[in-house]
Design a binder for this molecule. Structure first.
Ligand code: NAI
Length: 266
């Protein structure tokens, strides 16, 4: 039997590289997936692909920074799927600029999406997830997608680093609260290194900086040098770890941080 059969998962940022891979993987394991993204067209494309190979998938438009939209998204999930067992806070943005160049709006955008988005998601999903967890021996699972920028300093990314560093300890704090209150909801977080998605292009461009004659491929090669494994990661390699945290095999893991970075921070 697939490991997540009869489970319902909501994935944010589902229209992006890692989010789409997470939707595919959870669905392959039997979960009904709600693919939520600010960009409804992208969420719809992912949902259509997922439906062809896995269990059911519902696309929804969701801005994770908007509490009322979260409320509607959870209500819609309950209406269509009858419950919520797995929440993956994956939506993210990155303003890759040194402190002097970051505007207040850009700073706030990284904090709002990457940190406040997860706070609102957990706040608005909590009752539904508790209700489901009380009736299921497997409980419920929340997975927050942070970054290696939450573990070590990332030059040129102060806003992103602050948001992901905040997400790291927020995850641990709520993980402990929920465990001690016996909610049956486990909270864990994931720390990807460089993964091949649209998010990496602005990183390479910012590394090129003033030296605009430099080839992006050369910058990519320089970046790969830093990774002991000798390559950039694939979205599926993050999705596999998320799937593990979503299911029974990680039943004794609370507030854990799983690093998926090809050895970068080892
Ligand atoms: P991506 O850019 O491919 O996807 C991000 C998705 O989030 C997009 O579909 C976008 O529409 C959505 N999004 C942005 N703002 C939103 C909002 N307010 N509400 C709802 N959705 C919103 O990026 P990728 O690489 O798939 O990133 C996924 C997560 O993984 C992010 O949290 C990112 O910080 C994290 N991550 C990515 C790494 C990488 O190298 N790609 C490395 C470490 C962490």
């Amino acid at each position: 039997m697939p490991s997540l059969e009869k489970r319902v998962a909501l994935v944010t940022g589902a229209g992006g590289g890692i989010g789409a891979a997470i939707c595919h993987r959870l669905s392959k394991e039997g979960a009904f997936v709600v693919a939520a993204d600010l960009n409804f067209d992208n969420a719809s494309k992912v949902a259509e692909q997922v439906r062809q190979v896995g269990a059911g998938c519902l696309p929804i438009q969701l801005d994770v920074t908007d509490q009322l939209q979260w409320r509607s998204a959870v209500a819609e999930t309950l209406r269509v799927a009858g419950g919520l067992d797995i929440l993956v806070n994956n939506a993210g943005v990155a303003h890759i600029k040194p402190l002097e160049a970051v505007s207040v709006d850009e700073w706030n955008a990284d904090i709002n999406v990457n940190l406040n988005g997860a706070f609102l998601g957990i706040k608005e999903s909590l009752n539904a997830m508790r209700e489901r967890a009380e009736r299921s021996p497997s409980g419920a699972s929340i997975i927050n997608i942070a970054s290696v920028s939450a573990l070590v300093g990332s030059p040129g990314m102060p806003a992103y680093s602050a948001s992901k560093g905040g997400l790291r300890l927020f995850s641990k704090a709520v993980a402990l609260d929920f465990a001690k209150r016996r909610y049956g909801i486990r909270v864990n977080s994931v720390y990807p290194g460089l993964i091949d998605t649209s998010l990496t292009t602005p990183l390479f461009e910012s590394m090129r900086g003033a030296n605009s004659s430099k080839d992006i491929e050369a910058i990519r090669a320089e970046m790969i040098e830093k990774y002991p494994i000798g390559r950039i990661g694939r979205p599926e390699e993050v999705a596999g770890v998320v799937c593990f945290l979503a299911g029974e095999d990680s039943s004794y893991m609370i507030g854990a941080e799983l690093v998926v970075d090809g050895g970068l921070t080892a």
